[in-house]
Design a binder for this molecule. Structure first.
Ligand SMILES: Cc1ncc(COP(=O)(O)O)c(C=O)c1O
Ligand code: BAL
Length: 353
């Protein structure tokens, strides 16, 4: 049987995943045969998960975080919706969640699985949540308001403190989805985390800009009651209850997340943020100099208006690129994206346009 070989990263320009750090790869290998889903049995990886959660809390301004390493941002977001629904079960029988239209499609999955109404509201003309529109959509049945800190399409940071005020005025919880932005934003002046607003829960994924192996997402709650609202009894396990959505979980993902953060937090991530921010600024300038309409990058993600024919030609030249719903080319300056790769990309743009 021809053994398939995974793609290389040299032409991958739109993924929010990346080539894991060597320390993460080594840790994943060591802990491949462990299950943090049963921490009483697999105690060593459970200790690594506690270390990972503690570092994620430090990154996001939470001294006493309650959470776990999830299978990804989707699980984290589904669980945040589930926790809000469960915590308001006593007084809300027909729950809804209010989120900006820029929210990741994992919230659509959450609404479907949990039978919760999802109210998507328009963003403003710079692709951020419109606080007035969110306030108008909230009512007595709203259990959660979502803000995004590093949106998938444009890398935008929503006005989190204002969204938190809207949520709490309505008696709802506030969840921040920093799945992609969470390892970048600590090095910016943005107000996005538990440190900047009364955020109730937050998603931050080590397997994106954290350079951990897949699967390694992250879900944090400010209060223990958030995690407790998810727990079910697990009679046949050595551990007596489980708050996670999945049962058996990847010890490789957990260990790789702990190893990557042990290696890179904070200085390595700061250097990578500065490199990626400079690269995105340079790339945006190169596209503008060629006459393309470029959305000013707030984080290291560059979105530009390109024609269908140019986009297709670049795909034909084996560039792994995707587009926003509105058709902008989106280039995500992950750790594996280099100036050499983008210079080669620009040479192809010049050749085909
Ligand atoms: C903002 C945001 N939230 C959630 C997700 C989903 O994360 P995952 O693919 O790890 O489930 C993504 C993925 O790109 C994302 O950008
Ligand atoms: N949600 C992350 C999928 C990707 O961008 O690769």
């Amino acid at each position: 049987m021809q053994r398939s070989v995974p793609q290389t990263f040299d032409r991958v320009l739109s993924s929010m995943c990346t080539d894991p750090h060597p320390a993460a790869r080594a840790a994943a290998e060591r802990f491949l045969a462990t299950n943090p889903g049963d921490p009483a049995t697999y105690r060593d990886v459970a200790e690594l998960e506690a270390d990972a959660v503690a570092t994620l809390g430090e990154m996001t301004g939470l001294a006493d975080p309650h959470g776990y390493v999830t299978s990804g941002g989707t699980e984290a977001n589904v669980q945040a919706v589930r926790a809000a629904r469960n915590r308001r079960r006593g007084d809300v029988s027909d729950p809804n969640v209010v989120a900006p239209e820029s929210a990741h499609f994992s919230f659509n999955k959450a609404a479907d699985v949990l039978d919760v109404e999802l109210r998507l509201v328009p963003t403003d003309d710079d692709h951020r949540a419109d606080v007035g529109a969110v306030r108008a959509a909230v009512d007595d049945d709203t259990v959660l308001v979502v803000g995004v800190a590093g949106t998938t399409e444009f890398g935008r940071v929503d006005p989190i403190p204002e969204l938190a005020a809207v949520a709490h005025d309505a008696g709802a919880f506030l969840h921040v989805d920093a799945a992609w932005g969470g390892f970048l934003l600590p090095f910016t002046d943005r107000a996005w985390s538990f440190a900047h607003a009364p955020v109730d829960s937050l998603t931050v994924d080590p397997h994106k800009c954290g350079q951990a192996c897949i699967p390694a997402g992250g879900l944090l709650f400010r209060d223990r009651s958030g995690l407790d609202s998810l727990a079910v009894e697990t009679p046949y396990l050595e551990s007596t209850s489980q708050a996670t959505l999945t049962g058996t979980r990847s010890g490789a993902g957990v260990a790789s997340a702990a190893a990557a953060m042990d290696e890179l937090w904070p200085d390595g991530y700061r250097r990578e943020y500065e490199r990626a921010a400079d690269l995105a600024s340079w790339f945006a300038g190169e596209l503008r100099s060629r006459g393309f309409d470029v959305v000013d990058p707030e984080l290291p993600l560059v979105a530009a208006d390109v024609s269908d024919s140019l986009f297709a030609a670049l795909r034909d030249r084996e560039w792994r690129v995707s587009r926003t719903d509105a058709g902008h080319l989106r280039v995500v300056c992950m750790p594996h994206v280099t100036r050499e790769a983008l210079s080669s990309f620009l040479a192809d743009v010049d050749a085909v346009r």
